[in-house]
Write a protein that binds this ligand. Structure first.
Ligand code: FMN
Length: 189
């Protein structure tokens, strides 16, 4: 069955702001450990690159304390938070592990991972244990390519209220869902 479709009126849009239209995935918390010290940073610039092996690429800017910690330890955990801790997620992004113990300051629970030496954040809906799979683009783009070697996800709720950054201090909050399963070619599911 066809669908009613409308044509959107457009205005010129600054190319430096297109992240506001494209940033798709949830904001995540990246936790790391290096020489015994643990840290967390907030991250939005990530993308799935491959299913098997499970590869995720992301930008971790050189000025961030996490950059060196992750580059040197070659591992981290990508944690998926939900709207209930959105304020903490922003505050974690507003300070640096260079001078702040973020697990202590934000009262987050560090749990031991199975495959990596970096802490899982228990208050997050999912935790993805990552090993650095390719460092070829770090110097040029601060782009880290990780293999997810172990993943933990909550069983409920089914559709978590993940937070998605729209720029200018605004989050879109997920949670609703509608199935289009029948319209998909099986190989694309
Ligand atoms: C919503 C949000 C999204 C962010 N996304 C990224 C990102 O994708 N890459 C990045 O390098 N920094 C990002 N940041 C900035 C870092 O989280 C911030 O610089 C943080 O303080 C770094 O912590 P660290 O110095 O302890 O590593 C983001 C911050 C916020 C609030």
């Amino acid at each position: 069955m066809g669908q009613a479709m409308k044509i959107y009126k457009k205005r010129d849009f600054p190319v430096s702001n297109i992240r506001r239209l494209l940033e798709p995935g949830p904001i995540v918390l990246v936790s790391s450990r290096y020489k015994g010290a643990a840290n967390i940073m907030t991250m939005g610039w990530h993308t799935v690159m491959e299913f098997s092996p499970s590869l995720v690429g992301c930008v971790i800017a050189g000025g961030n304390h996490s950059h060196d910690m992750i580059r040197k330890s070659r591992q981290c955990v990508i944690n998926v938070p939900t709207a209930d801790i959105a304020m903490t997620v922003v505050k974690i992004g507003n300070c640096s592990g260079a001078d702040t113990d973020k697990f202590g300051k934000f009262k987050l629970t560090a749990e031991a991972a199975i495959e990596v030496d970096a802490p899982l954040i228990a208050e997050c809906y999912a935790n993805l244990e990552c090993k650095l799979a390719d460092d070829a683009l770090i110097d040029k783009y601060d782009f880290f390519i990780f293999e997810i070697v172990k993943a933990h996800a909550a069983t409920a709720p089914k559709n978590p209220k993940t937070i998605h950054y729209r720029g200018d201090g605004e989050f879109m909050i997920a949670g609703g869902s509608r199935s289009y399963r029948k319209q998909f070619r099986p190989g694309m599911l």
